[in-house]
Design a protein around this ligand. Structure first.
Ligand SMILES: [Zn+2]
Length: 169
């Protein structure tokens, strides 16, 4: 399935301009690279915790698609300590509240793909996905054309989610 970004829709609605993207070191794990970055907006980091952080997925399935990621570059849950497990679950709960606040979805998908056989795009560094779902989000384009349309730019998504994250307990 292909994804088409339609940022002009978001621009039309919100009047927000473009923002320069990060120049990634292609040799480094993208998540480890994001951890070291100093500009949260540039890397779309929503929140930095003690053992884990929250970031927007650069290739969202839907608007608001977030990743919850441990700082440790490990490939599965058994390599993390209990404190990190608990913090990641707390962050997932917080992310659920924030998505509800910002997007009012009908449902959500929460989960992790462990290993490429399970569908992990980046299998070396564990990450949980959380994304909002709507009853009608398998839309015309998906059904007919095997194509999804993401109407909101990541810049705009980051601003909305970051604001909600700081507001909600
Ligand atoms: Zn990493």
């Amino acid at each position: 399935m292909e994804t088409i970004f339609a940022p002009w829709r978001g621009e039309y609605i919100n009047g927000i301009g473009n923002h320069a993207k990060n120049p990634d070191n292609p040799q480094e794990c993208v998540f480890c690279s994001a951890i070291k970055a100093t500009d949260d907006f540039e890397r779309y980091i929503i929140y930095r915790g003690i053992n884990a952080f929250v970031i927007l997925n650069l290739y969202p399935y839907n608007n608001g698609h977030m990743l919850i990621i441990p700082y440790n570059h490990v490939s599965d849950l058994s390599q993390l300590n209990t404190e990190t497990h608990h913090e990641m679950m707390d962050l997932i709960v917080k992310a659920q509240k924030v998505l509800q606040d910002v997007y009012h979805p009908h449902g959500m998908n929460i989960g992790a793909n462990i290993g490429t056989a399970a569908g992990a795009g980046i299998d070396q560094h564990l990450h949980f996905h959380i994304l909002p779902r709507w009853t009608a989000d398998v839309n015309f384009m998906t059904t007919i054309g095997q194509t999804r349309v993401i109407p909101e730019k990541l810049d705009e998504t980051w601003k909305k989610i970051r604001a909600s994250w700081q507001k909600i307990d």
